[in-house]
Design a protein around this ligand. Structure first.
Ligand code: TTP
Ligand code: MG
Length: 337
């Protein structure tokens, strides 16, 4: 089963501000659509105007100036997310936490009709949070995720292997997990736009275009085959923070101060989750969107703010700041519990 909350951030806001129900609501940045920032999500009412995730807030404002623009309140969304995840874990302990508003749940060991389990989950989530979700049920993760997206919002879609030809093959290739804009463009270049067309390619052709591992994956995925199991626990490989400046800047002190602040935030993250790291990377995006990164690997694992900040500044010192800076970020990788 794959469970995905409907218009998550926007729905949480509409729940706690009932006067926003039925209105176009856009969540993103600090909620000021005249400033820089992107849309995190939009309510279904706002989506009718063409507003969608990752779109610049200013564009969203042009499309619908009357929409209500709100800042991202991550703490509140995390709080609601935890309630949802706890409900799911109460149904089956085998849960893969995928993101703030989605999860996979293995219900193969529960001796009840899956539709009944899904309806119980929907009702409990509604009772405890006031929100709706969409659920997909299928023999594997790949199909369950596609299914949950088929009848949003408040949907329940059950797919079996027999449905692949009729219901999966007509869909665009982008609906397959792992197919992003680059693969989509590549496929379009060779005349492939639907999953069915993808399934008409031989495994050798796919490997020729996409390499052995991804080629193989696409061959199986286009046929609805997926043997992957749920990842119920995973270790982070790195932790990072970045920020886009309100205005491009070449003010060195301001850039340095921002980096020091970001260093403190990643170190706080690492302390909270109990990790030490060894490799510090600093990323700068210039006003022309050119990105430069510099990394330093330390001799020892550390979670010392002083050491991490020092490494970050060493990296910064190795970047030539001749142009104005749009964004700065820090990542600590090579993590160990
Ligand atoms: P999604 O599940 O992709 O979107 P959604 O829940 O808003 O809408 P849908 O009904 O189509 O599922 O993402 C969950 C949340 O993650 C979303 O509410 C906001 C956040 N998010 C971003 O911050 N940036 C993004 O680009 C996307 C896609 C999501
Ligand atoms: Mg969602």
């Amino acid at each position: 089963m794959h469970i995905d909350m409907d218009a998550f951030f926007a729905s949480v806001e509409q729940k706690r501000h009932p006067e926003l129900i039925g209105k176009p609501v856009v969540i993103g940045g600090d909620g000021d659509p005249t400033k820089r920032g992107v849309v995190s999500t939009a309510s279904y009412e706002a989506r009718k105007f063409g507003i969608h995730s990752a779109m610049p807030l200013r564009t969203a404002y042009k499309l619908c100036p009357y929409a209500v623009f709100l800042p991202v309140d991550y703490d509140e969304y995390m709080r609601v997310s935890k309630i949802v995840k706890n409900i799911l874990k109460g149904i089956s302990p085998v849960m893969e936490d995928v993101g703030i508003d989605e999860a996979f749940l293995d219900i193969s060991q529960i001796e009840r009709p899956s539709e009944e389990i899904a309806n119980e989950i929907k009702k409990t989530i509604k009772d405890e949070t006031g929100l709706t979700c969409s659920i997909g049920i299928a023999p594997n993760k790949l199909l369950a995720k596609i299914a949950s997206d088929m009848q949003k919002p408040d949907g329940l879609t059950i797919l079996t292997e027999k449905d692949v030809v009729e219901r999966i093959w007509p869909l665009p290739v982008r609906k397959l997990q792992g197919v992003g804009p680059k693969t989509e463009a590549h496929l379009k270049g060779i005349g492939i736009t639907t999953i069915g067309e993808l399934a008409s390619m031989s495994v050798d052709e796919l490997i020729e275009h996409f390499g052995k591992s991804f080629g193989h994956y696409l061959y199986e995925a286009s046929r609805g085959i997926d043997e992957s199991s749920l990842i119920t626990h995973w270790e982070p490989k790195s932790t990072s923070r970045e920020v886009t400046f309100q205005k491009d800047t070449d003010h060195w002190q301001f850039i340095a101060k921002t980096l020091a602040g970001l260093s403190r935030e990643v170190v706080d993250d690492m302390r909270q989750t109990g990790y030490m790291g060894k490799t510090v990377t600093v990323k700068i995006k210039f006003h022309d969107f050119r990105v430069v990164t510099r990394a330093k690997t330390l001799d020892n694992y550390t979670v010392s703010l002083e050491e991490i900040r020092k490494a970050a500044f060493e990296c910064l010192g190795r970047i030539e700041l001749k142009k104005k800076v749009r964004l700065i970020g820090i990542r600590v990788g090579n993590l160990k519990k």
